[in-house]
Design a protein around this ligand. Sequence first.
Ligand code: SF4
Ligand code: SF4
Ligand code: SF4
Length: 235
Amino acid sequence: MRRRTILQAASAAALNPYVPYFWKRVIYQGGGKYLSVGMLGCLVGRMPCGWVCPFGFLQDLLFRLPLPELRLPRRLGIARYLTLLTAVLLLPALTGVSWFSRLCPAGTLEGGLLLQAAPPASPLPPTSWFFWLKLGLLVALLAWATVSRRPFCRVLCPLGAILGLFNRVSLYRMWVEEESCTDCGACRRVCPVDIDIREDPASPDCIRCLECKEACPRGAVGSGFRWLTAEGQAG
Ligand code: SF4
Ligand code: SF4
Ligand code: SF4
């Protein structure tokens, strides 16, 4: 199994099951809740999306099903900034309700369903129309992920939108040595978010998974921390 898949699986296993919930009936309240994702973004940009996030991993797995691909236009990416502005910032400020958190399919899968499976602590009875709305959104999203590469990450996720902005300023950088490139297209074909690293190595869409670097037969794709690499310092 490949290195990234192993790390994604390990992080999904480490981040999700808070086993004491089943006898304590309280959600995890430890220090890990307050780890600063913003600080991580400064260091490595959107790399947590490529290596750590369980919901990204799940979408990667679903896309491996042998189905025809529905390619997504790049401009749909603007929707994740709209989600950030409306569902995360504006609507909660106006209504006092954290709408994105309540509807987020990743939260439904990794938190809501688990709570549902372990009553009576569940805050949302399965008869609630809101529960079925959340479940419907989750199922639709997972179905979409079987035919498109990481649709939630590319179109809807506000955390991905924030982390992506750090790609231009993070200490970890990527670059392409144009003189080594033979235009074979291998980097584009393996990209889990369907972008071409040669167009913009600091693109906010890039999840820093390094699949393109691994796939390049010419070693033309590079990456590293600014202070450790000549290319990074020059960039
Ligand atoms: S964009 Fe969101 S769901 Fe996708 S990998 Fe990043 S944090 Fe996870
Ligand atoms: S451009 Fe490369 S590092 Fe970025 S998401 Fe695509 S394959 Fe991964
Ligand atoms: S895989 Fe390497 S050689 Fe092929 S197009 Fe991409 S950067 Fe160029």
